[in-house]
Ligand binder design. Structure first.
Ligand code: MG
Length: 342
C-alpha cells in the first residue's frame, strides 16, 4: 500500500508557561504527520520531543520525517517506525488508522473510564489548591517536591495529608532532585504515611551510581518508588527489570516509539505502569489515551491531567478531570486538530 505523507510542523504557545528544570517553557513545538491511502483513508500522528528526555530532539525527528518524502510504501513506514522515539510514535500512530494486522494487536478499550491524577503546585501553594481539586472529585494527586527546603516541605506534606479524606493517594515527584541523605530522610518520613502512593524519581539515575542508589532505596524502604526520567522506551523498562526493579514505571508513550511495539512489550509482563502525557496536542493525546485504555495493568491513575494546554479547544486532549472517559478519547478530532495547528 502506498501512502501520501504530509508533515505539519507546529509551534503553539502554552496558555500558562511551564516551569521546568531547564527554565521556563513557553511554547510546544512538534511535527504532525498525516498519511493518506488511495481510497482517501487518513491517519494522523504526532512527534513531540521533550528536552531532557529521550526519543530524539525536534531537529532529529523533523529531519527523519522530512527524509521520507511525500510518498512511501506502508512497509517502509513500519520499518522506520521501528526505529523508535518520537518518529516511531508519530508514524506508528498514523499507521494505526490502516489496521494493526501485521502486529496482531488489539487497541480495543478495556475500560469505560480511567482515573486521572490531579496535579498540585509545588510549595505552600498546594494547600490552597487542594480544596477545589477535592471538590471536583480528584482522589489521586501528584505534588512536586525537592523544590524548597526539605524540612519546610515535610511540614507542608503533613498539612496536605491532614486535608485528604480517607482513600486518597498522594504521589510525590522529586524529579531526581535529592541526594542519598535527603532521599533517605524523605523515605523514612513516607514509611509512616501510607497515603503516599509512590515517590517518583527520588534521585537522579543518569549513571551506574544513581541506578544502584535507586535500586537500594527501593529495597530499604516500604514506600513504592517510580522511575520517570530514567526510562524512555521498552528497552529501558526491560533493562531496569533485568536489574531487579520491581517498582512503577512512568511511561510517556509519545517518546517511546511505535505504539504497537510498546503495547506488545507491555503485554508480555505484569509491568506496573503509569501512562503519562508529554504535553502533546489532541493528536498525540488520542494515541496515548488509546494505549492507556487498551492496556491491562494495575489501574493506576493516569498522568494526563494537563489539558487544556493550548488556546483552541480542538488542539487539546481531554480537560483535566478526576476521570477520563473512553467517550472523550473517541471524541478527540484529529482532523480538526490538524487544521487548527500552525
Ligand atoms: Mg516525573
Amino acid at each position: 500500500m502506498e501512502l501520501r505523507i504530509t508533515l505539519k510542523p507546529y509551534c503553539l504557545p502554552f496558555r500558562q508557561t511551564m516551569l521546568t528544570a531547564h527554565g521556563p517553557w513557553v511554547e510546544r513545538e512538534g511535527v504532525l504527520v498525516r498519511l493518506e491511502d488511495e481510497s482517501g483513508r487518513v491517519g494522523y500522528g504526532e512527534a513531540a520531543p521533550v528536552r531532557g528526555f529521550g526519543g530524539g530532539t525536534l531537529a532529529e525527528v523533523t529531519a527523519r520525517l522530512g527524509a521520507l518524502g511525500d510518498r512511501a510504501r506502508s512497509e517502509t513506514l513500519v520499518e522506520v517506525a521501528a526505529e523508535g522515539g518520537g518518529v516511531g510514535f508519530a508514524l506508528g500512530a498514523a499507521l494505526m488508522a490502516f489496521g494493526n494486522a501485521e502486529a496482531g494487536l488489539d487497541f480495543t478499550p478495556k475500560h469505560d473510564y480511567l482515573p486521572v491524577a490531579g496535579l498540585l503546585p509545588a510549595g505552600r501553594g498546594v494547600l490552597a489548591a487542594i480544596e477545589p481539586k477535592l471538590e471536583l472529585g480528584f482522589r489521586t494527586f501528584k505534588w512536586k517536591v525537592g523544590v524548597g527546603d526539605p524540612q519546610d516541605e515535610r511540614g507542608i506534606l503533613d498539612d496536605l495529608l491532614s486535608r485528604l479524606p480517607t482513600g486518597c493517594k498522594l504521589r510525590l515527584d522529586a524529579n531526581g532532585a535529592w541526594d542519598r541523605r535527603r532521599a533517605e530522610a524523605w523515605l523514612e518520613c513516607c514509611a509512616e504515611r501510607p497515603m503516599i502512593e509512590f515517590v517518583e524519581q527520588p534521585v537522579a539515575t543518569g549513571d551506574d551510581r544513581g541506578r544502584d542508589l535507586m535500586l537500594g532505596l527501593a529495597e530499604d524502604y516500604p514506600t513504592v518508588l517510580a522511575l520517570d526520567e530514567a526510562v524512555t522506551d521498552l528497552r529501558d523498562l526491560q533493562r531496569w527489570a533485568d536489574n531487579g526493579w520491581r517498582g512503577v514505571f512512568v511511561v510517556k508513550p509519545a517518546l517511546a516509539g511505535d505504539p504497537a511495539a510498546l503495547m506488545a512489550g507491555l503485554a508480555e509482563r505484569p509491568w506496573d505502569v503509569v501512562f503519562s502525557t508529554a504535553l502533546e496536542t489532541a493528536i498525540g493525546a488520542r494515541t496515548v489515551l488509546t494505549m492507556a485504555f487498551a492496556a491491562s495493568g494495575k489501574g493506576r491513575a493516569l498522568g494526563t491531567g494537563v489539558w487544556p494546554l493550548f488556546n483552541g479547544h480542538v488542539l487539546n486532549g481531554p480537560t483535566a478531570m478526576p476521570f477520563v472517559r473512553w467517550f472523550d478519547v473517541a471524541a478527540l478530532n484529529s482532523e480538526a486538530a490538524w487544521n487548527a495547528a500552525s
